[in-house]
Design a protein around this ligand. Sequence first.
Ligand code: ADP
Ligand code: MG
Length: 259
Amino acid sequence: MSQAMSQGTKPKHTLSGEEIIRCTGVNKWYGEFHVLKNVNLSVQKGERIVVCGPSGSGKSTMIRCLNRLEEHQKGTIVIDGIELTNNLKNIELVRREVGMVFQHFNLFPHLTVLENCTLAPIWVRKMPKAEAEERAMSYLKRVRIAEQAKKYPGQLSGGQQQRVAIARSLCMSPKVMLFDEPTSALDPEMVKEVLDVMIGLAEDGMTMLCVTHEMGFAKSVADRVIFMDRGEIVEQDTPDAFFSNPKSERTRLFLSQIL
Ligand code: ADP
Ligand code: MG
């Protein structure tokens, strides 16, 4: 799985050209604070996007708007043809298609690893328990943690919990996966095991938006890097162009601080 990263070659795939996310003129305020300013974003099926930028620039807010964990006030967000508005039915439909992995895993502490993975398929998708368990085990195998299926989250390391969180999302067969700094709460030795799982997903053609400061991951996996600052998308480009020839002063400053 990690070969792509170690060899510095990008997983092979062709973009479909089919749009799955479109944000048009999206604005959001927290009270008086203008947190997202005129965000325009189009994502194709199968595209892998890394979102970076200084702390407080609105990265989390932007991706949380994509599954309506946050509400935007102006502009439109359309996911796989469904517009996110106050329509609860649409919100539910979009949430079924969009998986989300957070910095702090957010597993249910009182449920086993396996139960964490079968809860939504059984209750939301109405899947028979045996089938949900079988699928969950196959995803747990894929993130190489099947042997821990009977354990509780608190018995696992951070890296293992994050891999369970990824498997749990995959159990809902999402069309898009959103990652919000999935490795930034992990001890350094656990970062790679989570990135390897994400690389595997990228190789399999999953549409991914990843907020991360793992620039090695961005270079080897992303089709596009988006740089946000003060609520705006300041710059977006292929990783090669982004890292070797950043266009704006703000991007250059940011890169000089993290690289
Ligand atoms: P990032 O993920 O880039 O660090 P966030 O999207 O978390 O940025 O936050 C962007 C800005 O919005 C920050 O200034 C933050 O303090 C503010 N903010 C985030 N969430 C809320 C909230 N629920 N209420 C008020 N302000 C918030
Ligand atoms: Mg954030």
